[in-house]
Design a protein around this ligand. Structure first.
Ligand code: 5AD
Ligand code: SF4
Length: 471
């Protein structure tokens, strides 16, 4: 059995990044068998699952939409909060039970949970029935590890850090309309509550030419939208020292001419005027920015190691609103950070009242073993934290509804991405500002950018009718 090489991520040394061109020869040795893949967590994981699916399909597996029909189950896990972890362990219970009946079932655990030293020890000790445990840095080894499971020995390949960036990675993408593109891996920010720098390693940018090659290929394949992905996209290029940054990349991507370009996630620190100007300059860069604020209190922001003050956030927010017409801005907010006072919390409500965000993802602080905040004294009770979350949610939902009301009776452009959950005579898609729209219209609108008249608004979506389509 391989021992997982998990040191404390902060001890990791900065070494030169190796760029490796993947050239895998995967044999379809599992032809006729079926896979079940379950993804937890963020867009990064969703995109990693597209790589995992490619490997499973190359191995000969075909898709199964139920666990019970599968010959292999792959769980791509998340570690950001305790409830994400609980869900994975809950589901593993089901897999373990199934394996008692179906002895040849292969169980495979990937993703951020495996990268946590505290969790991997527990997994190895108590979950011997898992066949393959693989971390976030070496997904391309998955086909080999799965192929080797015939010996019935548990395979563990988890590394604490990576000095590699893989190119020529293949994906079996979820959509033929909208595609994810990794531009930078890892995070060096070390916000004190966050496990990501420990699970995803140090910041490693892909070379610009490789990204542009991927964008051009997606354009040729007819993709209407791409989203540039990174834990912190505005750190793009800094580690390369090649004289370009995120703004340069964004401009070069925009010039290729894919109709819609998005990016997530942006840190308020390092969000340059140059970036704002490029977003404003190109019609195909969508006027939507996810800009996590986390708290409205300078004292809490300092203890979170967020590297900006509320005054600085407001200044950035105002500049973005001023320079990018019709921009929508969403955010992330954590309540109940250790020893957050009532006054700190009031300051969070104040900044929400100031920014009137188009939307906000709100969370109760969840201590993650290994992070600095997990060791901080915390006298705030869970009852109090839940009360604060409830108050905050009422406020953010009100602003979300207010921002949606501005769309009533207006005509907007929507990229139709698929059928709507609201009925078989409906499709759904997103405005340039990332508002979800349920549209009365036929399924042949899917994949097109169409004009829609908004007829009703809710807190989290808009309703509309399709007018003539343009593209
Ligand atoms: N507890 C609660 N929320 C967290 N986030 C990250 N780590 C934690 C944690 N330990 C939130 C942040 C981040 C989003 C992706 O998840 O708001 O922006
Ligand atoms: Fe986590 Fe902060 Fe990095 Fe975002 S910027 S991934 S919150 S450490």
């Amino acid at each position: 059995m391989n021992k997982p090489d998990l040191c404390i991520a902060k001890d990791r040394k900065k070494v030169a990044i190796q760029y490796i061109n993947l050239d895998l020869d995967i044999k379809p040795v599992f032809k006729g068998k079926k896979y079940f893949l379950r993804t937890y967590g963020c867009q990064m994981n969703v995109h990693d699952s597209e790589e995992i699916r490619y490997y499973l399909e190359q191995l000969g597996y075909s898709y199964s939409d139920t666990l019970e029909d599968a010959d292999i189950v792959v769980l791509n896990t998340c570690a950001i909060r305790e409830n994400a972890k609980d869900k994975v362990f809950g589901y593993l219970g089901r897999c373990k039970h199934l394996k008692k009946i179906k002895k040849d079932l292969i169980i495979c655990l990937c993703g951020c949970l495996t990268q946590q030293p505290s969790e991997i020890d527990e997994i190895i000790k108590n979950h011997q029935y898992i066949d393959v445990i693989i971390g976030t840095h070496n997904l391309s080894q998955l086909p080999k590890l799965i192929t080797d499971t015939y010996d019935k020995k548990q395979k563990i390949e988890v590394f604490s850090n990576s000095d590699k960036v893989f190119e020529n990675v293949k994906y079996s993408r979820d959509s033929k309309i909208s595609a994810w593109i990794n531009i930078i891996y890892g995070c060096d920010k070390f916000c004190t509550y966050c496990i990501v720098p420990f699970t995803r390693g140090r910041e490693r940018s892909r070379k610009m030419e490789e990204i542009l090659k991927e964008v051009r290929k997606l354009k040729e394949q007819g993709y209407m939208e791409i989203t540039l992905l990174g834990q912190n996209v505005n750190a793009y290029g800094k580690d390369l020292n090649l004289g370009y940054d995120f703004a340069t990349l964004l401009e070069e991507v925009a010039k290729i001419g894919i109709p819609r370009i998005r990016f997530v996630t942006s840190h308020p620190w390092n969000f340059t005027d140059k970036m704002i100007d490029i977003i404003a300059k190109y019609d195909n860069i969508m006027p939507y920015i996810h800009l996590p604020i986390q708290s409205g209190s300078d004292e809490i922001l300092k203890r979170m190691n967020r590297k900006y003050t509320i005054e600085e956030y407001k200044k950035l927010f105002d500049t973005i609103k001023e320079k990018i017409p019709n921009v929508s801005i969403t955010t992330d907010i954590i309540v109940g950070f250790p020893n957050e006072t009532e006054e700190d919390f009031q300051k969070t409500l104040d900044i929400v009242n100031y920014c009137k965000f188009d939307g906000a993802f709100t969370f109760i602080f969840s201590p993650r073993v290994g992070t600095a905040a997990a060791l901080m004294e915390d006298k705030v009770t869970m009852v109090e934290k839940e009360k604060r979350l409830h108050t905050l949610n009422e406020l953010v939902n009100r602003y979300s509804l207010d921002s949606n009301k501005k769309y009533l009776n207006k005509e907007v452009e929507v990229l139709v991405t698929g059928p709507s959950e609201k009925g078989c005579d409906k499709v759904c898609g997103y405005t340039d500002t990332m508002k979800l729209v349920n549209i009365e219209g036929s399924q042949n609108l899917i994949g097109k950018i169409i004009k829609v008249k908004i007829t009703d608004v809710k807190s989290f979506s808009l309703d509309g009718i399709a007018l003539i389509y343009q593209k």
